[in-house]
Design a binder for this molecule. Structure first.
Ligand SMILES: NC(=O)c1ccc[n+]([C@@H]2O[C@H](COP(=O)([O-])OP(=O)(O)OC[C@H]3O[C@@H](n4cnc5c(N)ncnc54)[C@H](O)[C@@H]3O)[C@@H](O)[C@H]2O)c1
Ligand SMILES: *[C@@H]1O[C@H](CO)[C@@H](O)[C@H](O)[C@H]1NC(C)=O
Ligand SMILES: *[C@@H]1O[C@H](CO)[C@@H](O)[C@H](O)[C@H]1NC(C)=O
Ligand SMILES: CC(=O)N[C@H]1CO[C@H](CO)[C@@H](O)[C@@H]1O
Length: 335
């Protein structure tokens, strides 16, 4: 084992982390030839519970897991890291206004952005999961100006996987037969799950999903709303938000970012928009289709966008613009 990675997971005493840490430590994400040092950050109040997570990780006796550090100290957590998986965020409490929630999260991600700037490796790759994920990611990127904006992403892979699974279920095929769905925009109910460019393998051939599904009313209706509202459906049923599927999506996102996407396939990630792609405004973290190789990701170019798609893509962009403008006000205020 020659390679070593330092991986920070925040919100490490929470329910997503509980499903996530095993896979990272077991080599399912960065490979069996890499040893991983895990840094687990959570708030002071959660340190006892976090200690229990550490005991369990030790008891897994994983050969790839080199070291575990549990802390509530931000500087310690962010020092020299290769990957930052920012899961911890302020949850919405009963009666809390959206604006107050945004303010509390702006504070957390401002602090963590500065810590990335000051203590992390300049090559650090950042994945923001804690909601509002797109805007939290933009805040962190803004507060870490010396790190490339490309190295900040937010999680929309869960939405991507949901879209893929809905199509596969409908067609009664394996999820691996469905390729190149796209999630555009915010990780919220305004996201646009787009299958106009997706394909499904039928024998040796990859056929366009709309031609095989042959039900545009479903594709433009229930399919989209099912994916958009899936998170809420899980909360309604479980009384807790998605954790197992979120952790799996985090692993998919990190693995593809580290090793690249399979040939001929793309995935969806919330990435920094510089204003030159698909009419998405500049300075937003917006989910788009990307292909990844050893040089990082490139946005999949030149896909045809029809009028119906345009309306949906603009609506989710407008939601993000509004949220960004509100969040930026909090950034300029001193704490
Ligand atoms: N982008 C996505 O697809 C997606 C999917 C599911 C959940 N989420 C979001 O992920 C987040 C975590 O979900 P969960 O179910 O694990 O929640 P959880 O409440 O079980 O765990 C969150 C943990 O974060 C910790 N935390 C809070 N503030 C922190 C800070 N400043 N630094 C470090 N740790 C901090 C909390 O103490 C808690 O232990 C939520 O914001 C949730 O909305 C995003
Ligand atoms: C964008 O999505 C996040 C995550 O679901 C959500 O918390 C936020 O409210 C959305 N933004 C707006 C302005 O609705
Ligand atoms: C924006 O990013 C694209 C790649 O996605 C690049 O080709 C282009 O030059 C960039 N534009 C600006 C203004 O930086
Ligand atoms: C998208 C991506 O991974 N971008 C870059 C992140 O930082 C390292 C080091 O600067 C680059 O090698 C990556 O290409």
């Amino acid at each position: 084992m020659t390679d070593q990675l330092k991986v920070l997971v925040t919100g490490a005493a929470g329910q997503i982390a509980y499903s996530l840490l095993y896979s990272i430590a077991n080599g399912d994400v960065f490979g069996k030839n890499v040893s991983v040092s895990l840094i687990l950050l959570d708030i002071e109040m959660m340190q006892e519970a976090l200690g229990g997570v550490v005991l369990e990780l030790q008891d897994c006796a994983l050969p790839n897991l080199k070291k575990i550090t549990a802390t509530c100290n931000v500087q310690e957590a962010f020092t020299d890291i290769d990957y930052a998986v920012l899961v911890g965020a302020m949850p919405r409490r009963q009666g809390m206004e959206r604006k107050d929630l945004l303010k509390a999260n702006a504070k957390i991600f401002k602090e963590q952005g500065k810590a990335l700037e000051n203590y992390a490796k300049k090559s650090v790759k950042v994945l923001v999961v804690g909601n509002p994920a797109n805007t939290n990611c933009l805040i962190a990127a803004t507060c870490a100006p010396s790190i490339s904006k490309e190295n900040f992403t937010c999680l929309t892979r869960l939405d991507h996987n949901r879209a893929k699974a809905q199509i596969a279920t409908r067609l009664e095929v394996a999820t691996s037969a469905v390729r190149n769905v796209i999630i555009w925009g915010n990780h919220s109910s305004t996201q646009y799950p787009d299958v106009r460019h997706a394909t499904v393998s039928v024998g040796d051939e990859a056929k366009p999903v709309p031609l095989v599904v042959k039900d545009d009313a479903w594709l433009n209706g229930d399919f989209i709303t099912t994916v958009q509202k899936r998170g809420a459906a899980i909360i309604a049923a479980r009384k807790l938000s998605s954790a197992m599927s979120a952790a799996k999506a985090i692993c998919d996102h990190l693995r593809d970012w580290h090793f690249g996407t399979p040939k001929g396939e793309w995935t969806s990630m919330g990435i920094y928009s510089n204003g030159s792609n698909y009419g998405v405004p500049e300075n937003l973290i917006y989910s788009m289709p990307v292909k990844i190789d050893e040089n990082g990701y490139t946005i999949v170019d030149g896909l045809e966008i029809d009028d119906r798609s345009r309306v949906r893509m603009d609506a989710t962009a407008n939601e993000l613009l509004e949220e960004r403008n509100e969040a930026m006000k909090f950034l300029s205020q001193s704490d």
